[in-house]
Design a binder for this molecule. Sequence first.
Ligand SMILES: [Zn+2]
Ligand SMILES: [Zn+2]
Length: 344
Amino acid sequence: MKVAAYYGPGLFKVEERPLPEIGDGEMLVKVIAVGICGTDVHKAVHQTVKAGTVLGHEVAGIVERVGKDVTKFKVRDRVALAHHAPCMTCHQCLKNHHSLCDQYLKNNIFPGGFSQYVKVLPEHVRGTIYPITNDSTTFEEAAFMEPLACCVRGFHALDFQEGDTVLIIGAGPIGLQHLMLACAFNAGKVVITDLNPDRLRVAKTLGADLALNPQAKDFQAILQSVGLADGFDHVIVTVGVGALYEQGVSLAGKGGNVLVFAETPKGQKMTIEPNSIYSKELRIVGSYSSSPKHLQEALELIESGRIPVKTLISDRVPLEQVGEGIERSHKATDCLKIMVIPNQ
Ligand SMILES: [Zn+2]
Ligand SMILES: [Zn+2]
């Protein structure tokens, strides 16, 4: 089978690897669509993984083989899957911090999503792989289950109520998924910021009340003109830059929540005056990755059409163009979600 393996920033090679053997309780899944994620970009650009690693984890495909004892799935089932499975029984899992479970990062799909086939382990079969039940849901749409689940989990970490105002910093694929969730969950005014005018245009079509360049001279004046001068109920920061987290905190209103949603490069800092948290009773909440419950909710939102993820797909590329796709996703000038189609 072919994989696209990582060998350094901008350097991916398509290699032939043996088809994984599967054991009891495991499955082999043929990858039909796999999204390029911001975390793949982060790993590739900041070299946080070893040479030869196969990245990619937003996978949808067809069950090709099932091991002994697998009863939940059969060959030819259409499925969406996520790469890390929590144990569901430890202290962190019982407190709903599934992504902090000791087991969470110890298991992964093999060799990685940018591959024609992946092996999934019994713990994935148990909790992070779900059948695509709506025949009209495409594999490309279902591949959004994992990233949308992360957004759903983040959203539920806010004490959100219908009618609340929301600011989303960053209109990339993740920011736009948060925007769609805010609209689907009946937020009040929703504002999104980005430097890229194309992304702001997409945000308007997806329901943003305002899509603004945060560096525009009249940024504050515009917020004031729509009654948002005192800040937002919720600020969701989807860009891993310390200064944007500072901006997020400054734009949170009284009793506001700030969702820390994007990984920052190592050593990146933010400076906040504690009194701004104290006097406005702000909550600063982190949300990393997803959980089985949120994967299911995300897939339901996709299959019911409530979250039209298809609008975020800008490109479909073969394994040979994974490196280029990651580069383009990093520059963020001419694309949104790039889907890799490994078996074309
Ligand atoms: Zn992802
Ligand atoms: Zn656990």
